[in-house]
Design a protein around this ligand. Structure first.
Ligand code: NAD
Length: 518
């Protein structure tokens, strides 16, 4: 469309209030529209227009201290509740999330700018992880190990770890919380959540739903606390010895600040940081499938996923053909109001993201790159405080510094290769190691990409893009992505402590390693 036709601020505020109230939280009329100037506040801003919908009071230091003390007190009781009973809380949470999918999706669109199907998909992911966690609550298995001494039994037990501090990013405002909260709660860990200061409303809605789930199932209210505020509230979690695990999702810059603070007190850190994800396209690739996979992975969510495809490494024989098709698809992408059913690309989180995108494109040109399509801003007159942009496709002569950098905006750099070794070296030749793909119909190439000397990422896919992981697998990446794993598989172990138990049921006392003493 030539114009956005977005609703005004009052209509957006009403939409937020309705969704919040449905979820059991206060509507926005509970908060001032103007900054009261009486203390720290968090502005609830929508990227749809850039308007501030309300000023929420930030959590005060006294409130934060009370929350941490209560979470720790709750841990001492919650850890002795049988895990399947803890699972009942998460089961109820999953039911409430299911009943409020539309409300939560409304808020995700309003705060993160996601199109409807992606916002609903994010909420679907929350429901799925609750299902997973409920099953897990009966499967927190340890091992029995073959010991070396007669009359002895050697085994492992997994116990609750302590309070889990969750720091989350704006771009998955609710899914990342649920990955952590659902698993932490069944593992016996109360959660203290520091959401992104760019997404406080979704956090209020989730907190209200979890409070209701706790009330409905008789779980203590202290299993969940919310800290609203900026980085300094995250630092409270990083520094507090009562927080046994700090699970932090966000930029590499944030991880560099958080990790040493947690390490200084020997706390446990689970880091989910930035990605710079690549897909290799080989001569045998199914091009129709590749184009669809690439365009969704690179332009979906307006390029604001940690797993967004940012580098396309194409065999030189098909590069021109493939690039032409992707450029054609990019030129057609409907950009605009994410609530509109036809829109595929909503706004960036703010105008600063567009500035970063423009600077990256300038740098790419300076390094010899050619911007084939995109990068231009739309609807700037109608929504001057918002950033609607066409995703950019850039042909690069080499993997220069800007290509090796995660710019959190929709830019896809295209590089070419001649041999598979060269392609894998390019894929691995960046500091980040989150997600990767190969598009090929050649089994040797696919297996090589997945092998020990293939992709060095935490996620390696074949004939599917880099984004859109299922919750059943462990999610996370290597190198500057931080090494953490969340969500499915055995990622739950990060939320528990392992105890190795040796029981002597004999009348003798044989010492390990054959030692004689007394
Ligand atoms: P960000 O780093 O600006 O903020 C993330 C969170 O960290 C926010 O809650 C913020 O308040 C907090 N924070 C910032 N500095 C802090 C500090 N010094 N101490 C404690 N907390 C601090 O990231 P963002 O812009 O919200 O999100 C985008 C980034 O997140 C991208 O780099 C993206 O790749 C990454 N991300 C990674 C994953 C993953 O699973 N690997 C998932 C989503 C997003």
């Amino acid at each position: 469309p030539a114009t956005l036709g977005l609703p005004g601020t009052d209509a957006l505020r009403a939409r937020a209030s309705t969704a919040l109230r449905h979820c059991g939280a206060a509507g926005l009329d509970a908060y001032p529209e103007q900054d009261p100037g009486t203390g720290a506040t968090v502005a609830a801003r929508t990227p749809l227009t850039g308007a501030v919908l309300a000023h929420l009071p930030a959590t005060t230091p006294e409130q934060a201290e009370a929350a941490l003390a209560d979470a720790h007190r709750t841990f001492l009781a919650w850890r002795t509740v049988p895990a399947p009973v803890r699972g009942a809380l998460v089961k109820r949470l999953g039911e409430l999330l299911t009943a409020h999918q539309e409300d939560l999706a409304d808020l995700v669109t309003l705060e993160a700018g996601k199109i409807r199907s992606e916002a609903l998909g994010e909420v679907r992911e929350m429901i799925d992880i609750c299902d997973f966690a409920v099953g897990l609550s009966r499967q927190l298995y340890g091992r029995t190990i073959a010991g070396e001494r007669p009359g002895h039994r050697l085994s492992e037990s997994w116990h609750p770890l302590g309070v889990a501090g969750v720091i989350s990013a704006f771009n998955f405002p609710v899914a990342v919380w649920s990955w952590n909260a659902a698993i932490a709660l069944v593992c016996g860990d109360p959660v203290v959540w520091k959401p992104s200061e760019l997404a406080p409303l979704t956090a209020l809605a989730c907190t209200a739903l979890l409070a209701r789930a706790a009330a409905d199932t008789g779980a203590p209210p202290g299993v969940h606390h919310l800290l609203l505020g900026g980085p300094e509230h995250g630092e409270l979690l990083a520094d507090d010895p009562r927080v046994a695990l700090v699970s932090a999702t966000g930029s590499v810059r944030m991880g560099r600040q958080v990790a040493p603070r947690v390490a200084a007190r020997f706390g446990r850190c689970l880091l989910e940081l930035g990605g710079n994800n690549a897909a290799v396209v080989t001569p045998s690739a199914d091009l129709d499938l590749t184009v669809r996979g690439v365009v969704f992975a690179a332009a979906g969510t307006a390029g604001q996923r940690c797993t967004t495809l940012r580098r396309l490494i194409v065999h030189e024989d098909l590069a021109d053909r493939l690039v032409e098709r992707i450029a054609h698809a990019y030129a057609q992408l409907p950009i605009g109001d994410p609530y509109h059913p036809d829109t595929l690309v909503g706004p960036l989180i703010g105008t600063a993201a567009h500035t970063a995108m423009t600077e990256a494109l300038t740098e790419a040109r300076r390094a010899g790159g050619t911007v084939l399509v995109g990068g231009d801003r739309h609807f700037a007159d109608e929504a001057p405080d918002a950033a609607y942009v066409r995703p950019a496709l850039v042909r690069m002569p080499a993997q220069t510094g800007i290509v090796a950098t995660e710019t959190f905006a929709p830019i896809l750099y295209v590089l070419t290769y001649r041999t598979l070794d060269e392609a894998i070296a390019l894929q691995n030749g960046v500091p980040q190691g989150l997600s990767s793909s190969i598009f090929t119909r050649d089994q040797r190439e696919a297996e090589r990409f997945l092998a020990a000397d293939g992709s060095d990422c935490g996620i390696a896919n074949v004939n599917i893009g880099t984004s859109g992981a299922e919750i059943g697998g462990a999610f996370g990446g290597e190198k500057e992505t931080g090494g953490g794993r969340e969500s499915g598989s055995d990622a739950w172990r990060a939320y528990m402590r392992r105890a190795t138990n040796t029981v002597n049921y004999s009348a003798d006392l044989p010492l390990a390693q054959g030692v004689n003493f007394l």
